[in-house]
Design a protein around this ligand. Structure first.
Ligand code: NAP
Length: 287
């Protein structure tokens, strides 16, 4: 069967072009969206993520402010910085790069961010708003998946959607977004019995496991849509998803590549949330 490639790189580029023009209009009115990116410690992967977020911001005209704090930063110091950023009118969005060093309480740090600047949508207020079906900010990765499906004309309503993974940042919000769009959703995890049989019922299968090439062709129904959220490194150090692309693409009607699928969409959604935050703050200051 020939498949449609769900090209996140292409859609993210189109979204960034539209966002750059929106930001240009805002800037002409004297309003520059601002994103604060806070990184604590020297985790190399976190450094790569922060650099790419700053680059994305520059591409669309969002001003990014980096706060790189040493590994030994105390919780009090970090919370103090967040309080200051909450008050700073140049900052529309605050992103604390996770994971934080072990001595810092991530949940406490996230709760301290003003929910109106929580562009990652990890604050319990925004998690609650998502749960009741009126998200202000949707978490970037699952929201990016929904954009990708919508752009390809794939409607989830009435479909059997299976999400593998129940993390707070991917699996659970993914399921919730699909449910709100009228999908029948099953969430699977490491304790799910007969995962293969459950996955084979899926019209749309979302893999967010974190295990390279785990989803082989025998997990997939002929003609299913397959979205691979996974980002893993294989034995050769190459980035690979959770899905065995060469085999699964022979059965799928549509499938995301890794890299170039969900990853670029996650990054684009962060920009979208930051511009949304900026528009919200601007309206407030005018009213
Ligand atoms: P996570 O917190 O480690 O969650 C993984 C989930 O997979 C858990 O719910 C776990 O079940 C489940 N799982 C693990 N092994 C399984 C198995 N054998 N069968 C069924 N379920 C299994 O990871 P995450 O943060 O959600 O991320 C998942 C993947 O997406 C990772 O590769 C990550 O790098 C990637 N990711 C990509 C992006 C992007 O932009 N592309 C963004 C975020 C994450 P239990 O709950 O039972 O342990």
């Amino acid at each position: 069967m020939s498949y449609k490639l769900l090209d996140g790189k292409d859609l993210a580029a189109r979204m960034k072009k539209a966002m750059a023009s929106e930001v240009e209009t805002l800037t002409a009115e004297g309003i520059v969206p601002g994103l604060a990116v806070v990184i604590v410690g020297n985790d190399p992967a976190s450094r790569i993520y922060v650099n790419s977020k700053k680059k994305d911001c520059a591409e669309v005209g969002i001003k990014s402010f980096e706060y790189a704090l040493p590994e030994e930063t105390s919780e009090e110091e970090l919370l103090g910085l967040i309080d200051a950023l909450n008050q700073d009118s140049a900052i529309d969005g605050i992103l604390v790069q996770l994971p934080l060093p072990e001595h810092l309480d991530e949940a406490k740090v996230i709760r301290r961010i003003n929910s109106e600047k929580d562009v990652d949508a990890f604050h319990p207020f925004n998690v609650g708003e998502l749960m009741i079906g009126r998200p202000v900010f949707a978490p970037c990765t699952p929201a990016g998946v929904m954009e990708l499906l919508n752009d390809a004309g794939i409607n989830v309503a009435g479909k059997n959607c299976v999400v593998i993974g129940r993390s707070n940042i991917v699996g659970k919000p993914m399921a919730m977004l699909m449910l709100h769009d009228n999908a029948t959703v099953t969430i699977c995890h490491s304790k799910t019995r007969d995962l293969k049989a459950v996955c084979k019922e899926a019209d749309i299968l979302i893999a967010a496991i974190g295990k390279a090439d785990y989803i082989t062709a025998d997990y997939v129904k002929e003609g299913a849509v397959v979205v691979d959220v996974g980002m893993n490194r294989n034995a050769e150090g190459k980035v690979t998803g959770d899905v065995d692309f060469p085999a699964v693409s022979k059965k799928a009607s549509a499938i995301t590549p890794v890299p170039g699928g969900v990853g670029p969409m996650t990054r684009a959604m962060l920009l979208k949330n930051t511009i949304k935050a900026c528009n919200m703050h601007k309206k407030q200051s005018l009213s």
